[in-house]
Design a protein around this ligand. Sequence first.
Ligand code: 1GP
Length: 255
Amino acid sequence: MKILETLKENQKLGKKSIAVLVDPDKVADAAALQHLINLASENCVDYFFVGGSLVTTTNLSEIVKQIKENVNLPVILFPGNSIQIEPSADGILFLSLISGRNPELLIGQHVVAAPIVRNTRLEVLPTGYMLISSGRTTSVAYISNTTPIPDDKYSLAACTAMAGEMLGLQLMYLDAGSGAEKEISARMISAVRKAIHTPLVVGGGINTAQKALTALEAGADMIVIGNALEKDPNLLIEIADKVYEWNQSVGAGKD
Ligand code: 1GP
């Protein structure tokens, strides 16, 4: 089944997913990545996301290759810009930064990327990408030259997501930014959840199992964990456990 179809199906079943984000710039070496791949494989992770706001290295294809050679999980590009396209991945979050008003990230980079993506086998996941403020300025807020939605403007976020859905976007991604001081609040997740029908991805600053569980309870269909694993990869065991327990409790666990 295709990635988007699976996400929609899981959403219907109340089943949650977990994605591990690999920022190519932050991969210390092949051994560190291998450790993470092994943990992901042993702990019922569903997806790998690969990308970053500012990628200064040229190891994107090697990272995708190493993941694909070692684990049978979809690798989804999470590109910071149109040069982060790697045809050997499985899918790409085709992100429109709908929380911001930078035309380049609403439609500009997409025009450049579209013919390149069309010539690949990447599954395109049209995604409404929404940055929510999280204390200090994150790399993604700075690089994107956009102002995140204030973390107490629940209806602004809900209406933004609603508009994105009406424009045809198939996934919504609420992001506090990698390594955010404050993760997205339960109230914000639930306000957006109620406003849309698409699967909802939540990430940024999730660095404990409790925060992961709170996001799931508030309505996230998928949680994304990156930064915290760079510091402590074993945290994945605890967080993945929460997702597994959730899925068992809704009777949709993996065999
Ligand atoms: C960032 O949502 C992702 O864009 C994941 O955030 O790196 O803080 O886990 P972290």
